[in-house]
Design a protein around this ligand. Structure first.
Ligand code: URP
Ligand code: ZN
Ligand code: ZN
Length: 471
């Protein structure tokens, strides 16, 4: 009789071939068999009953900022609270951004120093697996360090088209030249696409006491019309087309951006787009609420037609990934704005609610199928980020990373009952299905009966070689 360390039995398992009622046999950290009735003909040290539940691959959230010094404070989810929140949301892999900071003498930390700094944040704390995108913040310092980082096992790099005041901004020369190197190494550049100069001008025009008193946090939306994102995506797409280097647009929020990506993809340009859960559900009317400033993130939330176009893009394929851009700030941190929207710490919590939000508003509301959700949250991010063959599928030989969810049981989003350090939540009050009843990471149960039971520090750093549309 075959023996396994664990069998997950009787679940509706989302496999690459479709949804099947099957058992999953796990040996060590790997999936060893996926087969209907396996538990009837095999033995296991541990059996997890998934009857009446859906079993999907562990989710990959490939856009996360933990303990990030940003906007004059430090984001408040670290590798303890952040990875606990992730596990509760069925996330078994996250990718953070290692950012080389500009030092007091005006020089930049090296890419290697940034990676070391982020390794220190994660080591001994991470409950789930992780790696980092390496941010290029000072082109002249960093341009000769990319090959070394590829050698170290990093295959994704990141540039910001805004955030000059943080010392992170990249210009067209850096974008163009980095994409040339991405082509050379078969790696990928992630870009935060917003048009800095026009954005700065619009902010300057509106930054008056009278307008701030009148519009309050709504100024965040007023100063970021859709063309701010669209022009930047258009420009980045052009550099992608002429260099042939793999490009990934992070947190895309506009209908116009989605059209540009679709057109470029139809010409064979190696461009990929990600959106985030918040852009699929929330619109910019939130900024007019009394606590509207809490919702400020970059790019900001857009309008209902943008939301519809992003869902259509998920169905059509031009939007490949849904992530969170988790960058958590508490009410106290958000209060730093004191009526000036340019001083709001920008970002939202998200790791714990990614799967519930996409499952409830996407699958249950029939905007996407269950299989499409698994593509956007699991198999696509794994393949695109260079983790294909290991993460993102329920298949023999893959890591035994699983999220087991009830198809209908809903929980009201309540920050008091969550693992994130956020004392508010953008989805507060929403009734969501899809929180993980059980999360399994490399063959170990880390969430049981909706409670985190795994040990901090067990999460592993993931080495990668390549990245891009072809994986
Ligand atoms: O508002 C955001 N998105 N904060 C995190 C930094 C970024 O731009 O991704
Ligand atoms: Zn960004
Ligand atoms: Zn981000």
């Amino acid at each position: 009789m075959a023996t396994f360390d664990m069998i997950v039995k009787n679940g509706d398992v989302v496999t690459p071939g479709g949804v099947v009622r099957a058992d999953i046999g796990i040996r060590g950290e790997k999936i060893a068999a996926v087969q209907p009735g396996l538990s009837l003909v095999a033995e296991a040290k541990k059996v997890v009953d998934a009857k009446g539940h859906i079993v999907i691959p562990g989710v990959l959230d490939v856009h996360v900022h933990l303990e990030l010094p940003f906007c004059g404070t430090v984001s408040s989810d670290d590798y303890v609270s952040g990875t606990r929140a992730a596990a509760r949301g069925g996330v078994t892999t996250l990718i953070d951004f290692a950012i080389p900071f500009k030092k007091k003498d005006g020089k930049y930390e090296s890419l290697s120093q940034a990676a070391d700094n982020w390794h220190r944040k994660a080591e001994g704390k991470a409950l789930i697996d992780y790696t980092f995108h390496i941010c290029i913040t000072g082109w002249d310092t960093h341009k000769d360090q990319i090959a070394g980082m590829v050698e170290r096992g990093f295959s994704t790099f990141k540039e910001f088209m805004i955030y000059e005041s943080e010392g992170w901004q990249s210009d067209d020369r850096a974008l163009f030249s980095t994409l040339e190197q991405m082509r050379e190494h078969d790696t990928m550049l992630l870009v935060h696409a917003e048009s800095a100069r026009v954005l700065d001008e619009l902010i300057a025009r509106h930054h008056t006491p009278a307008l701030m008193k009148k519009h309050k946090a709504v100024l965040h939306a007023i100063t970021r019309p859709n063309f701010i994102e669209a022009e930047a995506i258009q420009r980045a797409a052009k550099w992608c087309e002429v260099t042939g280097g793999n490009l990934y647009i992070v947190h895309m929020s506009t209908a116009e951006g989605t059209e540009i990506v679709r057109d470029a993809q139809s010409r064979g340009v190696p461009i990929i787009a990600e959106t985030c859960a918040q852009y699929l559900v929330l619109d910019d009317s939130v900024f007019a609420q009394p606590d509207g400033h809490l919702y400020a993130c970059c790019p900001q939330l857009k309008k209902k037609p943008d939301i519809s176009r992003l869902w259509k893009g998920l169905r059509g394929g031009e939007v490949s990934v849904v992530s969170t851009d988790t960058c958590t700030f508490t009410r106290k941190q958000k209060a730093m704005w004191k009526g000036d929207w340019t001083k709001i710490p920008m970002g939202l919590p998200g790791l714990e609610t990614l799967l519930p939000v996409v499952y409830t508003t996407g699958v249950l509301k029939k905007q996407i199928t269950l299989e499409q959700m698994v593509q956007k949250l699991c198999s696509n991010p794994a393949r695109i980020m260079g983790l294909g063959g290991r993460k993102g599928h329920i298949m023999k030989g893959f890591d035994a990373d699983l999220a087991i969810i009830h198809p209908r049981n809903k929980t009201k989003v309540d920050p008091k009952k969550m693992e994130t350090n956020a004392d508010w939540n953008p989805f507060e009050g929403m009734e969501l299905a899809g929180f993980a009843r059980t999360t399994i990471s490399r063959g170990e149960v880390i969430v049981d009966d909706y409670k985190v039971v795994g040990k901090q520090g067990r999460g592993q750093w993931l080495s990668r070689k390549t990245a891009g549309p072809k994986g």
